[in-house]
Design a protein around this ligand. Sequence first.
Ligand code: ZN
Ligand code: ZN
Length: 377
Amino acid sequence: MFKHIPFERVEWITFFFLFGTLAASLTVVPWYLFTHGVDWFQFGLFFFYCCATGLSITLGYHRLFSHISFKAKWPVRLFVTLFGAAAFENSVFDWCSDHRRHHKHVDHDDDPYNINNGFFYAHMGWLLFKLKPEPPQDNINDLRKDPMLVWQHKYVHLIALFMSFILPAAIGYLYNGGQGAMTAFLLSGVLRVVVVQHATFFINSACHYVGNQPYSTKHSARDSWLMAIFTFGEGYHNYHHEFQHDYRNGVKPWQFDPTKWSIWVLSKVGLTSNLRTVSDAKILLAELTEARRRIQNGLEPYQQRPDMREQLTHGVQVTLDRLHEAQEELATCYYQVEKSVRDRVELSKSKVNEWRRELKESLEHLDQLPGLKPIAI
Ligand SMILES: [Zn+2]
Ligand SMILES: [Zn+2]
C-alpha cells in the first residue's frame, strides 16, 4: 500500500509540525478552551495574530518581496519579516524563490506547487516531499541585497518560535498568569498557525480550482470572491497571474481585498509608495478577449444546427462582431498610446545623450586650459 510513497524524500520535521499542530487544533485546543473558558482579550489577540501573520504573507512575502508591486519603508518591512516568520512558511528567500518559479512555470513540471499533480499536492503535499536535487535559488538575487532578509533567513526558525509561540504566551501571562499564557499559546499560537497556514495554502490549491477566469485561460488560476474571504484577498488569482506586478488582486473597487486596502492605507501615511497598477485599457482588453472566447465557445453547438445558423447570423453574431470591433478599436488606441509614450521616452533619451556629448566636449575644452585638473563625467 505504501510502496509508491518516496519515504526517502519525506520532510519529517515539516510532516510532524503540520499534522501535529492540526491534530492539537482539533483535540487539545477545543478541550482546553471549553474547560477553562476564553474571554474577549484572548479572542482579540487571536484576531490580531491571524491578521498580522496572514497579511505578512500576502502583503509582505507575496506582493512586496515576490512581485515588488510596491515599495515599503523599514517599519513595514520589519513587521512583515517578523510576523511572516511566525506563519511558519520558511524564510522570505525560500518562499519567494518558490513563488517566482510558480509564476514562471505555472501548471508545468517546474512549478513547485503544480495543480496538475492534484489538489492535496498543491495545497501541502509539495511541502512534505523534498525535491532532490533541490532547484537552485537563482531567481532572488535582488532580495539577497537586503540585510534584513539575510538576517531573517539565517535565524528564521528562532524568530518563528519566538514570534509565534513565546510572545503570545508571554502576553497571555501578563494578562492572566499561567492560565492566560496557556490559552494564548493554544489559541494565538497553535490554532492560529493552522488557520493561517491553510488559508495561505488555499492560494496554491483552491485558487487554481474554484472560480472563473475573466482575464485569461492560458493558466489554471481562477477568480473567486469566496476564496478571497479565506485568503486576505488573494482569491482573485486569475487577475493576479495575468498581471502579477499589480499591487491589487481584487482590481474592482467592490472586490474583497484587505491586502490591497492595507497597502493603500499605508501609502496614505507614507509607509508604502510606488504602488504599481495595470492600465484600465489593458485590463478591459483582457476581459473583452475572454468574453468573446466564452461567447464563441457557447455558440459552437448551435452553429452546427442549420435551423439556428440563420438566427445566429442576424442576432448574436452581429453583437459578437460589434464586440470584436470594440476590442480592435481599444487595442489600437492602447498600443497607439503606448507607442507615443515609448516615442517620447526615446526622444528624451536622445536629448539627454546629446546634452551629455556637448558637456563632454566643453569639459575637454576646459581640460586644455593650463592649471585645471581633468573633470570626469
Ligand atoms: Zn498561483
Ligand atoms: Zn504571485
